[in-house]
Design a protein around this ligand. Structure first.
Ligand SMILES: Nc1ncnc2c1ncn2[C@@H]1O[C@H](COP(=O)(O)OP(=O)(O)OP(=O)(O)O)[C@@H](O)[C@H]1O
Length: 272
C-alpha cells in the first residue's frame, strides 16, 4: 500500500501537484487519469523517487520515504518495478539480456540462477523461447510483455506503469491490461498506472484518481465512474457527443425511463 498525504510539487512559481492525498492499495490496479499536463507524470516521478516533493508525505507500507536512510531507500528502489512508455528496451540487447539487466544490477546471482529467473518471467508473460530475439524483431505488444517481464523480474512490491497502452491497438491493449491485472493480483503488488485509455479504466480500474490542473478532482472505482456527477470528470471521460448520448441512454435505462430492449429492437429494424 502506498499512502500519499498532502503532496505538493512545483517548478519555480508554477504549482504542478497541489495538495494531493490518496491511498494506492495492495493487490489492486490504481489508475491515475487526467488531461495532458494535469500532473500525472510528475506525481509518478515523485512516487518512484525521481522528484522530491516540496512538501507532504509518501509512505510505502507504513514507511515514510523522507525518514528513510540511504540503505532503506536503496532497498525500496529494488522493490519497485517500472514499465515505461514505449517499453524502453535496449535495442542492442536481446530479450533475455534486457530482462536480465536488473538482475545483473541488483543481485549477486549466478548466471544459471539469473537465466532460470528470466525464463520464469518469460513464461509468465507468455513469451517462452523469445530469449534470443532483438527488440526490432518483435511486435509492439511483445515489447510491452518484455517490459513487463523486466519490471517483475526482481519480484517487486510496487509496479509503476506509464501509459502501458501507448502505441497499441485496442485488442492488444486489452491483453496487456489483463496481464498487468493478473500479475498485480497473483503477486499482490501495489500497481499504479498513468493512463488516458478509457478501456483500461473500465477494465482494470480498481481505484481511479482523476487529476485536474494538479489537484485530485475525483476518485472512485470503475463501477462508480460511469455514474459520477462530477462535471469536469464527465467532460473528460465522455469527451465526444456520441459517448455522452450513450451515457444519457444508459442513465435513462437505469432510471427505468427507457427499456434498452426497445432500442435493440429498433436497431434490428434499422439494420434490416
Ligand atoms: N522538469 C520539469 N520542469 C518544469 N516543469 C515541468 C517539469 N516536468 C513537468 N513540468 C510541468 O508540469 C506540468 C504537468 O506535467 P506532467 O508531465 O506531469 O503532465 P501529465 O498529466 O503527465 O501529461 P501527459 O498526459 O501529457 O503526459 C506541465 O505543465 C509540465 O510542463
Amino acid at each position: 500500500m502506498i499512502d500519499i498525504k498532502n503532496i505538493k510539487k512545483g517548478f519555480g512559481e508554477k504549482v504542478v501537484i497541489d495538495d494531493v492525498s490518496t491511498t494506492f492499495k495492495t493487490g489492486k490496479c490504481n489508475l491515475i487519469i487526467g488531461t495532458s499536463g494535469s500532473g500525472k507524470t510528475v506525481l509518478m516521478k515523485c512516487l518512484v523517487g525521481l522528484f522530491e516533493p516540496d512538501s507532504g508525505e509518501i509512505c510505502y507500507d507504513g514507511m515514510n520515504f523522507s525518514e528513510m536512510n540511504e540503505d532503506r531507500r536503496k532497498e525500496l528502489r529494488q522493490s519497485i518495478g517500472m514499465l515505461f512508455q514505449g517499453s524502453a528496451l535496449f535495442d542492442s540487447m536481446t530479450v533475455e539480456q534486457n530482462i536480465m539487466f536488473p538482475l545483473d544490477m541488483f543481485t549477486q546471482n549466478t548466471l544459471a540462477e539469473k537465466l532460470k529467473r528470466v525464463n520464469e518471467v518469460l513464461h509468465r508473460v507468455n513469451l517462452e523461447g523469445a530469449n534470443k530475439k532483438f527488440p526490432a524483431e518483435i511486435s509492439g505488444g511483445m515489447k510491452k510483455r518484455v517490459g513487463i517481464a523486466r519490471a517483475i523480474v526482481l519480484n517487486p512490491k510496487y509496479l509503476f506503469c506509464d501509459e502501458p497502452n501507448s502505441g497499441l491497438d485496442p485488442q492488444t491493449s486489452l491483453l496487456i491490461d489483463k496481464l498487468i491485472k493478473e500479475i498485480t493480483v497473483e503477486y499482490n503488488i501495489t500497481t499504479v498506472i498513468n493512463t488516458h485509455d478509457m478501456n483500461s479504466v473500465m477494465e482494470i480500474g480498481d481505484h481511479i484518481m482523476y487529476m485536474y490542473q494538479g489537484h485530485k478532482e475525483w476518485e472512485g472505482t470503475n463501477k462508480e465512474i460511469i455514474f459520477s456527477k462530477n462535471k469536469l470528470l464527465n467532460d473528460f471521460i465522455f469527451a465526444s457527443e456520441f459517448l455522452q448520448d450513450a451515457k444519457d441512454l444508459r442513465m435513462l435505462e437505469v432510471k427505468g425511463k427507457i427499456d434498452m430492449r426497445d432500442i435493440d429492437e429498433l436497431n434490428k429494424q434499422v439494420d434490416g
